[in-house]
Design a protein around this ligand. Structure first.
Ligand code: AMP
Ligand code: MG
Length: 269
């Protein structure tokens, strides 16, 4: 199945998250099949990454956004696990530091864009500046409203410079978030993952869903598409994201560079 086509937000398409089922698993009847296919995809991604790195022509930027508990960390752990750390960088964007606050909102983002041949993973991103910032009114409305166009220009600029961007919104239900938070409360190994901020943010669920719908609608372009991934089932989320990344890597015209000189006559002593 062409999951990129299926879950991609078409440019200009209206997004209504209430109508997207976070529990659907099209193409799979059971977890086992999906887990097997994810393993195969991860192995193929690792192989292609080697060529991607050697080709040194493109960079790949993977943007992960989700409601709290949506599975960003788990996606990185499961889907990126086979990649060579030499060519991968994960950037996690937190509340901006004092230095970051003193710059334009894309400053810290641009610094973390992957170098040629590399794969960059954004755990949260510049989209926080139209999500939490909007929900908590951290800047005036006209300031965050102007950011959708600024983000589109920025991402177009990256695309013009051979930086390929794939964006994933991990879509979970309100019930699923509750279940995952409860797990974090109950399981001592997960306690560290939850804080009082998560409970207060949960109360703002509808505001966040509205902010997400707008960002997905206004900033899904042909060059840097958003995908809405049904993510209540972690195994489905993993197989779909690995498939979309793999399909993208396979679509590129990658080559090992030619040696700088003819090596065929060289005899090593
Ligand atoms: P975590 O990813 O759980 O470590 O939490 C990081 C927190 O930083 C989240 O609550 C984000 O919403 C918040 N955050 C990330 N970027 C920004 C930003 N640009 N402005 C304000 N808060 C942010
Ligand atoms: Mg958190």
């Amino acid at each position: 199945m062409d999951y990129s086509k299926k879950f991609r937000v078409k440019p200009g398409e209206k997004v209504n998250l209430k109508k997207v089922d976070p529990g659907e698993t099209p193409g799979f009847n059971n977890k086992e099949e999906a887990v097997e296919m994810t393993a195969r995809n991860v192995a193929k991604m690792a192989e292609l990454q080697h060529l991607f790195y050697a080709d040194n022509h493109f960079s790949l930027l993977i943007v992960l956004q989700a409601m709290d508990g949506g599975g960003k960390d788990g996606t990185i752990r499961h889907v990126m696990s086979g990649l060579n750390p030499q060519g991968v960088e994960v950037s996690s964007f937190k509340v901006p530091s004092a230095e970051e606050m003193d710059h334009d909102f894309l400053w810290r983002i641009h610094k973390s864009v992957p170098a040629r041949g590399d794969i960059g993973i954004f755990n949260r991103s510049h989209y926080e500046d139209v999500l939490i910032v909007r929900v908590h009114k951290l800047v005036a409305k006209d300031v965050w409203q102007a950011r959708y166009a600024q983000i589109n220009s920025f991402e177009q600029y990256l695309a013009d410079n051979n930086i390929i961007t794939l964006k994933f919104f991990l879509h979970i239900s309100n019930e699923e978030q509750k279940r995952r938070f409860q797990q974090r409360i109950d399981d001592p190994q997960r306690n560290w993952k939850i804080s009082s901020a998560d409970f207060s943010e949960r109360k703002l669920w509808d505001d966040y869903q509205d902010a997400y719908a707008d960002a997905l609608m206004k900033c899904s372009t042909t060059t840097a598409p958003w995908h809405i991934i049904p993510a209540n089932n972690k195994w489905f989320r993993n197989v779909v994201i690995s498939q979309i990344i793999l399909d993208k890597l396979e679509s590129l015209d990658l080559h090992y560079p030619k040696p700088q000189e003819d090596l065929s006559n060289i005899v090593l002593e």
